[in-house]
Design a protein around this ligand. Structure first.
Ligand SMILES: Cc1cc2nc3c(=O)[nH]c(=O)nc-3n(C[C@H](O)[C@H](O)[C@H](O)COP(=O)(O)OP(=O)(O)OC[C@H]3O[C@@H](n4cnc5c(N)ncnc54)[C@H](O)[C@@H]3O)c2cc1C
Length: 290
């Protein structure tokens, strides 16, 4: 039997006060999709569950000068088709439709998907590719952490036990010359991916690459930038240059060292990094020039 107190604050401030009061013994619960599995299997035994279901102000999607701000409680279902209303988020569309199943997407929240910090998470890969950041609130105030620094390992984040993730900010970029895409490989529909790769490119007027981000998921404990591949692309012509994109795929693959697991042997994952990097890059370039 699960024996813990279920608390239901209605404001961020109340939630933060409860988190400060109960410290490591308390856990936030949002959509409960991962939390239910952790509790059912006895992997965590919190004395208090702090539900944010009734906390107001965490459910909006707003475009601002900073970029698109998405509240922590926005469900994955609400993000389906987000690229149509907020085109800079189109890479999220590559993922959300295929992620888990409709029942899970109805309840799972963006904040929960990030804070779970699953090594195979697609969401953390896409948000790192988009250079997003997260806002963390506590009784002591607020701070902003880049997605690239937020996931610190498998199921581990930079959030302290008294902090609540309140918002994700995806910075804007020039849609006429930059774009992102994500590609993943799954064994069965609804599974976590064997490997996922996100790519972002920003182009100059002559098809040269001004900036590139390539983020690989499920080949290490946290999303990892393929830095050598990014460096290979920056400053070089990439529009119509399949050779450069193929080289980036090979570089990304040659710098990962995934473990074998029941889903796939290490060598297969390395091949996937090569293929998915090329596909994500080619799609990002097509979107940036399309
Ligand atoms: C069968 C299945 C398949 C899945 N497949 C995929 C997949 O292919 N790709 C993918 O990316 N994801 C996948 N997921 C993960 C899914 O995205 C997460 O389970 C879900 O989004 C978690 O959101 P939640 O709101 O239910 O979080 P919860 O289960 O409520 O919480 C998850 C964790 O985050 C913490 N937390 C939640 N919200 C906050 C907050 N605002 N501030 C601080 N901490 C918080 C909780 O304390 C807990 O540790 C899958 C999940 C399942 C169950």
């Amino acid at each position: 039997m699960i024996d813990c107190q279920y608390l239901e604050p209605t404001t961020v401030s109340e939630a933060c006060t409860l988190l400060a009061e109960h410290g490591d013994d308390a856990k936030v619960v949002a959509g409960g999709q991962s939390m239910a599995i952790l509790l059912r299997n006895g992997l965590i035994q919190p004395s208090h569950l702090i539900s944010i279901q009734h906390v107001s102000g965490l459910e909006d999607i707003v475009a601002s000068d900073e970029g698109v701000k998405i509240g922590a409680k926005v469900t994955l279902d609400r993000l389906i088709g987000i690229g149509e209303t907020h085109p800079t988020l189109r890479a999220l569309d590559d993922v959300i439709n295929e992620l888990a199943d409709q029942q899970i997407r109805n309840f799972a929240t963006l904040g929960g998907a990030i804070c779970e910090a699953h090594p195979a998470s697609d969401i953390t890969v896409v948000l790192s590719t988009l250079n997003a950041s997260v806002k963390l609130a506590s009784a002591g105030g607020e701070r902003v952490v880049s997605m690239c620094d937020f996931v610190t390992g498998a199921f581990a984040t930079a959030a302290q036990s008294d902090e609540l993730l309140t918002e994700v900010v995806v910075p804007s970029f020039d849609l006429g010359s930059a774009a992102a895409a994500h590609r993943r490989f799954v064994l069965r529909a609804g599974d976590y991916p064997v490997v996922g790769v996100g790519a972002f490119v920003s182009l100059d007027g002559s098809g040269g690459c001004q900036d590139a981000r390539i983020v690989v998921g499920n080949c290490s404990s946290a999303p990892a930038h393929a830095q050598e591949a990014e460096t290979r692309l920056k400053g070089h012509s990439i529009v119509g240059n399949n050779g450069a994109i193929a080289e980036a795929g090979e570089l990304a693959a040659s710098h990962v060292a995934p473990s074998s697991d029941p889903m796939a042997p290490s060598e297969y994952k390395i091949d996937l990094v090569n293929v998915l990097t090329r596909e994500a890059l080619a799609e990002a370039v097509a979107r940036a020039t399309g």
